[in-house]
Design a binder for this molecule. Sequence first.
Ligand SMILES: NC(=O)c1ccc[n+]([C@@H]2O[C@H](COP(=O)([O-])OP(=O)(O)OC[C@H]3O[C@@H](n4cnc5c(N)ncnc54)[C@H](OP(=O)(O)O)[C@@H]3O)[C@@H](O)[C@H]2O)c1
Length: 266
Amino acid sequence: MTNPNSKNVALVTGASSGIGAVYADRLAARGYDLILVARRADRLEALCAQLSKAHGIKAEAISADLTKDQDLARIETLLATNGDVRVLVNNAGIARLGPAAQTSADDAQSQIALNITALTRLTQAALPAFVARNQGLIINIASALAVHSLPISAIYSGTKAFVLQYSRGLQQELAETGVKVQLVLPASTATELWDLSGVPLAALNKNTLMTTEHMVDAALAGLDQGETVTWPSVADATLWEKYDAARSELFANTQAGTPAPRYKIA
Ligand SMILES: NC(=O)c1ccc[n+]([C@@H]2O[C@H](COP(=O)([O-])OP(=O)(O)OC[C@H]3O[C@@H](n4cnc5c(N)ncnc54)[C@H](OP(=O)(O)O)[C@@H]3O)[C@@H](O)[C@H]2O)c1
């Protein structure tokens, strides 16, 4: 039996653990060949071997630190030149949670470099070929914290707010093309991110935690249903519509050209 996706490649960043590893599995199950990117080569190679065997696909592991310019440039080149890449999952991300005044410059910088700069540069590298082919899918993993800041998440929330606005802008630019951008905003998901973030996973309320499998399967179900913005844990989908309508109304009201009457400027 021929596999309809046999020449289609999905590149998943941050595939060595957590959400990215499940994306790799689910995309392999859908017949995609894989390019898996993260720093831990041993984990990537083990996952590649497991998924090639389980799903009969080709999988390549590429060790890269996406906060390092040279490594990022290698993956940009690959995306710009490998015409088989049909799907880019921008999943690699880190959180370093704590009051901003106590956050080191390195911790601030690494969150911005990975969550914003790498995601943007990889997307920009993939887009020209996707647009030229009028086909392609970019899945950007943001966070529920894209619309919410906690006293310990000012920088992380800021990086994810960027992912939200960048993805929404791209969706408008690409609306008339065959290139899709899905924005995914997970809430707490049980992964290694937490212990590395400074807030241990064990400290979270278990009732608010989703498994990685549920998170990714819900996000892919949303994709299959044609969603462009997916909130995997939000039961009432109209909440996003209301939020977005309020945002749009607020923006329209900024276009007045005069100070608001409450400022009493003559
Ligand atoms: N877990 C949650 O509650 C949650 C909620 C909302 C959104 N998210 C988002 O989901 C995405 C995936 O995170 P996760 O929860 O699955 O965490 P995770 O298990 O820690 O996975 C993070 C992935 O990013 C990779 N990574 C980290 N630093 C990197 C670097 N400098 N260069 C390249 N790859 C790097 C890690 O691999 P290496 O260490 O091998 O490089 C790992 O594969 C992130 O964007 C995160 O912000 C998570």
